[in-house]
Design a binder for this molecule. Structure first.
Ligand code: AGP
Length: 609
């Protein structure tokens, strides 16, 4: 996610901004910039790539001043190049923004029709033009920002500086975090605590709809309804390192907890609420081939491959298309059969996985149409295919994939609905129920995260296991595979995922009191079958950890532990079912003291064969 720092006070602003941005580097970014009032005008420095580049440019042309704004950009709209870097300048206004402006296209067209000229490809520049337009209409900066954001749909944390009122910053937030740091003769704005923690521990966490005016000596907050409000400052006790993880012990745990918000970001702008329909404008170039498509081949590795396995059920069920899910490392050497009536979908969080990149090139060579579901803007994968459906998980720092996985599942379900809409294969009731279930996810995830301590205690009981078996049926079989991968890659305990129906064809020989068995058993149409597998394990002295709906009474009777997962509709269920397994694996790894965020031998992106 992008990083924001704003400062007004007595210190040399450039140092405060660059230092603050450096403390947000962990959030991932691909360009950066600062803008400072130097007593006569606002001067701006931006650079592609790492902060080192910006720092060097700033040192070559230092800017003296004590009020300014800075930004590290994680590209979501527009390539990670200097002209798209923040701060954006329009007339005498400079602005930095975190978030996604859903209606940026329509607003850009409106502004261009008024004769406004854009420099960048970003959604953010639209906001800068809107603020400049309100300033030109005579509104003060705070009201200009309030009026400008009134035209916007989406999410924003913005900080604005205007050459016509260089003693103030105005900041606003809606669905994207923004914190105000209170100093003596100075005040700060930041997207995240670490950026300003060295200067102050007194912070105000703005609420959605808040707009705030900052000067050296005053912080004036206006709520969404226009009333002045007082927000109680909080004393931050975190140490700087902990603050980067927003108080979580590991990035992985932070990323598990933010899945609800990242799913909201991934769904944002893609569900037409009044028609309960899915819209995927970024796939417009593929729309024409959908009626003649004869099959889909998904290419991926690791967790992304598991996501593809889940997607196969949804695409097959909703769009009635045959789907093959291939390990990219196998596909590329298999001399596969493919043609122009095949859509090859590469799933990759990083967009840089060598095997998946090679596999998609092989698919192209064979004449297949191509797209990717990817989390990194302008990554190699997005350049290799015809169309990209981005997940908006933000940078995933923990090597073990969590929020990338659940946002991939969400994107795959959107794709399945979109394909089904175009092919006319989804009954309206099923489409509406599925979309409603997708929109209910954040609340359900929040409810499940409340079980973290309980799950930790179950993990404590099994932290010394030598091996574990994970079982699941239907679209929860991939959940079993993913749960096993999470456990083995961060706790170093051997674990194996298996189709529950396959247990009697071999693995049942393993069952004894030394082998914990995790059974993914949500309330779905296969529950009865899954319960019989669970009983088979118990009958042989095996210990069972069930992932299921606590309201299913027989679960409590037949399992040693139940990790609760609320029930939802069939295609959405795997997005919830995996969360207790993420927490289970995390708890055991943390209790075993492994390097959870950087497990041994693993890389976040496997860019070599
Ligand atoms: C999963 O936790 C691992 N990080 C790994 O399996 C990963 O999913 C795989 O390497 C694929 O990476 P990608 O999604 O970036 O292509």
């Amino acid at each position: 996610m992008c990083g924001i720092v704003g400062y007004v006070g007595e210190l040399a602003c450039g140092e405060v901004l660059l230092d603050g941005l450096s403390r947000l580097e962990y959030r991932g970014y691909d360009s950066a910039g600062i803008a400072i009032w130097d007593g006569e005008s606002i001067r701006r420095v931006r650079a592609e790539g790492k902060l080192f580049n910006l720092d060097r440019r700033f040192r070559e042309n230092p800017i003296e001043g004590s009020i300014g704004i800075g930004h590290t950009r994680w590209a979501t709209h527009g390539a990670p190049v200097e002209r798209n870097a923040h701060p954006h300048r329009v007339d005498d206004v400079v602005l930095v923004h975190n978030g996604i402006i859903e209606n940026h296209t329509a607003l850009r067209q409106e502004l261009e029709a008024e004769g406004r000229v854009f420099e960048s490809d970003t959604d953010t520049e639209v906001l800068a033009h809107l603020v400049a337009r309100e300033r030109a209409a005579g509104h003060d900066l705070l009201h200009a920002v309030r009026r400008a954001t009134g035209h916007v749909r989406g999410s924003w944390a913005v900080v604005v500086l205007d050459a016509h009122s260089p003693d103030e910053l105005v900041a606003a937030r809606h669905a994207s975090p923004l914190v105000i740091g209170l100093g003596s003769g100075e005040n700060f704005a930041a997207s995240d605590v670490p950026a300003i923690l060295r200067h102050t521990r007194r912070m105000i966490f703005l609420e959605d709809g808040d707009t705030v005016r900052l000067t050296r000596t005053a912080v004036e907050i206006t709520a969404e309804d226009g009333s002045r409000v007082e927000r109680t400052p909080k004393a931050i006790t975190w140490d700087p390192v902990a603050a980067e993880k927003q108080g979580y012990k590991h990035f992985m745990l932070k990323e598990i907890h933010e899945q609800g918000d990242r799913i909201v970001d991934t769904l944002r702008g893609r569900i037409l609420l009044d028609e309960d329909e899915v819209t995927l404008p970024s796939l417009a170039t593929l729309e024409g081939i959908v009626p003649s498509l004869r099959r889909i081949v998904i290419l991926a590795c690791g967790t992304s491959w598991h996501a593809g396995l889940v997607g196969r059920y949804a695409i097959g069920g909703l769009a009635r298309l045959p789907v093959e899910v291939e390990l990219a490392s196998e596909f590329r050497y298999r001399n596969p059969v493919m043609d122009g009536e095949t859509l090859a979908i590469a799933i990759s969080q990083s967009g840089e996985t060598a095997d998946t990149l090679a596999a998609i090139e092989e698919a192209k060579r064979l004449g297949a149409r191509t797209m990717t579901i990817c989390n990194v803007m302008e990554s190699s994968m997005t350049r290799a295919v015809e169309a990209t459906l981005y997940t908006h998980a933000g940078p995933e720092i923990g090597v073990a994939s969590t929020k990338a996985y659940t946002t991939q599942l969400s994107a795959l379900l959107l794709l399945a609905l979109w394909l089904g809409q175009l092919r006319g294969t989804i009954p309206a009731a099923e489409r509406q129920a599925t979309i409603r279930s997708l929109r209910a996810l954040p609340r359900q995830i929040e409810e499940m995260l409340g079980d973290e301590a309980l799950i930790r205690e179950v993990g404590r009981e099994y932290m010394h296991a030598r091996s574990m078996l994970f079982l699941g049926r239907g679209n929860e079989f991939p959940t079993a595979l993913e749960g096993a991968l999470k456990l083995k890659e961060i706790s170093y305990i051997h674990a194996e995922g298996y189709a529950a129906g396959e247990m009697k064809h071999g693995p049942i020989a393993l069952i004894d009191e030394e082998l914990p068995v995790v059974v993914v058993a949500p309330r779905n149409r296969l529950l009865e079958k899954t319960m019989s597998n669970l009983e088979e394990v118990r009958a042989r002295g095996g210990r069972v950890i069930a992932v299921g709906d606590r309201s299913v009474s027989e679960l409590e009777r037949h399992a040693d532990h139940v990790l609760h997962v609320p029930s939802t509709t069939e295609w959405v269920q795997p997005i919830l079912s995996v969360i207790p397994l993420q927490l289970f694996a995390y708890a055991i790894a943390d209790l075993r003291g492994t390097d959870v965020d950087q497990p041994r031998n693993l890389a976040k992106s496997v860019t070599v064969e």
